[in-house]
Design a protein around this ligand. Structure first.
Ligand code: PNS
Length: 160
């Protein structure tokens, strides 16, 4: 049984993340979307909000689970019995950082392999940061996230 994790901050989850989740769920038996409890990072959405948005978005994919983790990814993978890390590569600018993390994680535990999926061209520009930047100015984010999340994202900037 091939159990994989797709780790990230998902602050918030975008169509680009969803594309990677849908495609990787087809190549592994079980996919855990692992939301990092990054207390040091100033997240727009709480951990609970990020987990619940991904649950809503993935509710129709039976082999996808959503969970949160803190600490080292390799330790969490050991805890849940996952051996594959899924990451999306948008452009060459992602590559150096991703290569370094993949190699470091493999050195920590040589059973762990990272599989990179190249992002669909439609979403190659898209990131959570882009969503937040447009939303903070009241811009159109309908091509970035599902319609049901749009107001939730705008609401975060109401009092700012
Ligand atoms: O979506 P992001 O913020 O680019 O995801 C980064 C993530 C969560 C994959 C990475 O920061 C991570 O795995 N953090 C957990 C701590 C850890 O294992 N660090 C060592 C590898 S960087």
């Amino acid at each position: 049984m091939k159990k994989a994790i797709y780790p990230g901050s998902f602050d918030p989850v975008t169509f680009g993340h969803m594309d990677i989740i849908t495609r990787s769920a087809k190549i592994v038996d079980e996919l855990v979307v692992g939301v990092l409890n990054n207390s040091a990072k100033n997240s727009l959405f709480s951990l609970e909000e990020r987990v619940s948005m991904i649950k809503e978005m993935t509710k129709d994919i039976p082999n996808v689970k959503v969970a949160s983790f803190d600490g080292l990814l390799v330790d969490y993978m050991n805890e849940i019995g996952a051996t594959i890390i899924i990451r999306g590569l948008r452009a060459v600018t992602d590559f150096e950082y991703e290569l370094q993390i993949a190699q470091a994680n493999h050195v920590q535990n040589e059973e762990i392999e990272t599989i990179f999926l190249t992002t669909d061209l439609k979403y190659s520009y898209l990131s959570s940061t882009i969503v937040k930047e447009f939303a903070s100015y009241g811009g159109d984010i309908s091509k970035f996230v599902p319609e049901c999340f749009i107001d939730r994202i705008y609401d975060k900037y109401k009092d700012k």
